[in-house]
Design a protein around this ligand. Structure first.
Ligand code: PMV
Length: 331
């Protein structure tokens, strides 16, 4: 039996962050999080499934056959999918990003969301959206948030089934824009998979996790009422708390570079001037400048003259995974 399916997914930007797991193997997060999907940035993944035919998977990324850790991580995820969906066989995976790798824009969320979605369709097992989010989470925690559409909440949960993501508002609920200031194109030295297990070595992690539910309520409240001032305050506070944990973990993780701090300071000034913009950072030096669309062009222009900023990309929020029609499963 051969099945083939293609799926697409966007990366997402967390407004209340996920950092650290209560269970590393299941990627049950220490706290719930909320994100927006990033339109314009897209991973497209095709899975060709050879049922009952060996277990040697292959992976092509942007046309290049992969080996080593990139392949090993995908094979681990395919093993988890095979086990949970009770299917046997091997997968030939072709995956492409429309955004250049090496820009420092994290792609694991869109990669594992698209892979999970394409896999489910290729093996011909009907999997509802909630279950797909739990399966995607096994590959990369934040991938759970790239399955549902628009504004998304990922519930922490105590079990595999309870740790799922769901849409809390449609993409057009609020026309926010993420202007990404690319200050470093370096591949991050320490990725999040290595970083999560070290979160608990910071004495600040317990306090961050304990106060995360309150920030989640504040953030969702600000999103629902489209209150930008309230959103900016909680988004910046949450990002700084996560980076405080990272910096005080053992070994410490310092992602901020001098231009990162310069942009964060400039954005605070611009906000005081009346621009509706705030900053948030993931596990890297690039600065996500979240703003209302009316102010996005001005933010982009001001970032362009900011020294050290190599490139700026603008990405309004958009829908999440879109599965293209299956080719028929044949003998
Ligand atoms: O899903 P991961 O393992 O790539 O972790 C994502 C971690 C952050 O991007 C730093 C925060 C988040 O919630 O996306």
């Amino acid at each position: 039996m051969i099945g083939r399916a293609r799926a697409q997914a966007h990366p997402n930007l967390a407004l209340v962050k996920y950092w650290g797991n209560r269970d590393d193997s299941l990627r049950l997060p220490a706290n719930a999080s909320v994100s927006i999907n990033l339109d314009g940035l897209l991973t497209t993944t095709e899975v060709e499934w050879h049922g009952e035919d060996g277990t040697t998977d292959s992976l092509h990324l942007n046309g290049a056959l992969q080996s080593g850790e990139a392949l090993a991580r995908v094979v681990r995820h395919l093993n988890a999918l095979r086990e949970r969906l009770h299917v046997r066989g091997r997968a030939v995976v072709h995956s492409e990003n429309n955004f250049p790798t090496g820009t420092g824009i994290a792609s694991s969320a869109s990669a594992f969301a698209a892979l999970t979605s394409a896999f489910c369709a290729a093996v011909g097992v009907a999997v509802d959206e909630r279950t797909q989010t739990t399966l995607a989470r096994l590959g990369s925690g934040s991938a759970a948030r790239s399955i549902p559409s628009g504004f998304v909440e990922w519930h922490a949960g105590d079990t595999h089934e309870e740790s799922f993501a769901e849409s809390i508002a449609a993409p057009d609920h609020w026309d926010l824009v993420d202007v990404i200031a690319i200050v470093s194109t370096q591949h991050k030295a320490v990725g999040s998979s290595v970083g999560h297990p070290s979160a608990q070595t910071s004495p600040f992690q317990a306090a961050r996790v304990q106060t995360a539910p309150a920030r989640l309520v504040e953030c969702i409240g600000a999103l629902m009422t489209r209150d930008f001032a309230a959103l900016a305050e909680v988004v910046e506070r949450d990002s700084t708390l996560m980076h405080a944990v990272m910096m005080t973990s053992r070994p410490p993780l310092f992602y901020w570079l001098p231009p990162t701090l310069a942009i964060m300071a400039a954005v605070r000034e611009w906000r005081a001037d009346g621009l509706r913009v705030c900053t948030t950072l993931d596990a890297g030096a690039n600065v996500h400048c979240v703003c209302v669309s009316a102010d996005a062009e001005e933010v982009r222009n001001r970032l362009a003259v900011q020294s050290g900023v190599v490139a700026v990309r603008s990405a309004p929020i958009g829908g999440a995974t879109h599965v293209q029609p299956l080719t028929t499963i044949s003998d």
